[in-house]
Design a protein around this ligand. Structure first.
Ligand SMILES: *Cc1c(COP(=O)(O)O)cnc(C)c1O
Length: 378
């Protein structure tokens, strides 16, 4: 089946009890046994739940994985995966990753003695020189947040495989519609389903996926043991969001390309970060690795902090808010909002200056969005 058909049908079947076409919300913590040692597939919701199972089957199918777990947040997905590692292990991570991921990795480094190297993975030759006998995994986030740098998943995971390391990809920014890391050699995929997969800014959710039986079993064990599982109602909402993933993404892409081109031609904009522009240094990699260029657009404003604040407060359609991937457009300031937790030093090192503004492009009318930005830029 095509991806688009799978977004509607994978994992879901008419309900066995009454034939409801929409997966029911099984808001129950426990399930009655038919006999001693015999139940109908579910015994306790932390271990498994029919609504969550439908979402997990859908996600596994869309990513091309053999196992998926829906968890309470993107951070819960990352926390769960990090429990694969132990004191003394080393992880190499994209240096401009999501602020919360950087904070968590720094925390586990301090608390549990798992060493984390933050590196620019665009340079994958350098990767080889960082690997030693304690290295266990490479953590990839592409495109990165908020500067939209790309990592070549295939090149990095080939290198990881050669050294017996896991390659883990945070695929939140593109969704499985635009990028499928397992096809490029990744071992584990994580998502914040809060973003494009749900798409309506009304759920915090996450997912982790794998594609080999040994890892599947380990991750399944961890989700159940740690209790990071998502609630049935949240799963139902994400499942509902997934049904419109493809048409939403098409609108997101169309709008983002238009906004990026508008900004690139604006005199008050120093630089636009968007892989869909031919001027993006990794435009060719984006064409090869992704089905589309995504809908996050960042730009460096030619001005001081007052000018930045004027733009942030000047938009009417773009709401001043963190997060991304919803149907409505958002504007935010990484240095004081999404990437505050990264710390000033880390931000400066990766080039997230105080004049960088990040946009999450929604699915409103394209001309309305451009007009709104034109007015705010003045
Ligand atoms: C939002 C986000 C996360 C964290 O997800 P939550 O659902 O907020 O916990 C992780 N990675 C990326 C790339 C994100 O955008």
């Amino acid at each position: 089946m095509s991806f688009q058909t799978d977004t509607i049908h994978a994992g879901v079947a008419p309900d066995k009890a009454y034939g409801a076409i929409m997966t029911p919300i099984y808001q129950s913590s426990t399930f009655v046994f038919e006999d001693i040692g015999k139940h109908r597939g579910f015994d306790y919701t932390r271990s498994g739940n029919p609504t969550r199972q439908a979402l997990e089957d859908s996600l596994a199918s869309l990513e091309g994985g053999s196992f998926a777990a829906a968890v309470t947040s993107g951070m819960a997905a990352i926390t769960t995966v990090l429990h694969l590692f132990t004191t003394g292990d080393e992880i190499i991570c994209t240096d401009d990753c999501y602020g919360g991921t950087a904070r968590l990795l720094k925390t586990i480094q301090e608390h549990f003695g798992i060493k984390v190297h933050f590196e620019d993975l665009r340079n994958h030759e350098r990767l080889e020189s960082l690997i030693n006998s304690r290295t266990r995994a490479v953590w990839i986030e592409t495109p990165s947040n908020p500067l939209l740098n790309l990592v070549d998943i295939e090149a990095v995971s080939t290198c990881a495989k050669k050294h017996g390391l896991l390659s883990i990809v945070d695929n939140t920014f593109l969704s499985p519609y635009l990028q499928q890391p397992f096809r490029l050699g990744a071992d584990i995929v994580v998502h914040s389903t809060t973003k494009y997969l749900n798409g309506h800014s009304d759920v915090i959710g996450g997912a982790l996926l794998s594609c080999n039986p040994e890892l599947d079993q380990k991750l399944k064990y961890l989700v159940n043991t740690l209790g990071t599982c998502a609630q049935p109602f949240d799963c139902w909402l994400v499942l509902r969001g997934i049904k419109t993933l493809v048409p939403r993404m098409k609108e997101h892409l169309y709008n983002a390309q238009g906004v990026a081109e508008f900004l690139a031609g604006h005199p008050k904009v120093k630089q636009v970060f968007y892989p869909g522009l031919a001027s993006h240094p990794q435009h060719e990699l984006a064409r090869r690795q992704q089905r589309g260029f995504g809908a996050m657009v960042s730009f460096d404003l030619d001005g001081n902090i007052e000018d930045v604040n004027r733009v942030l407060k000047g938009t009417k359609l773009f709401a001043l808010a963190e997060s991304l991937g919803g149907v409505e457009s958002l504007i935010e300031h990484p240095a004081t909002m999404s990437h505050l937790s990264m710390g000033n030093e880390h931000r400066q090192a990766v080039g997230i200056t105080d004049s960088v503004i990040r946009l999450s492009i929604g699915i409103e009318d394209r001309d309305d969005l451009i007009d709104d930005l034109r007015r705010a830029l003045g």
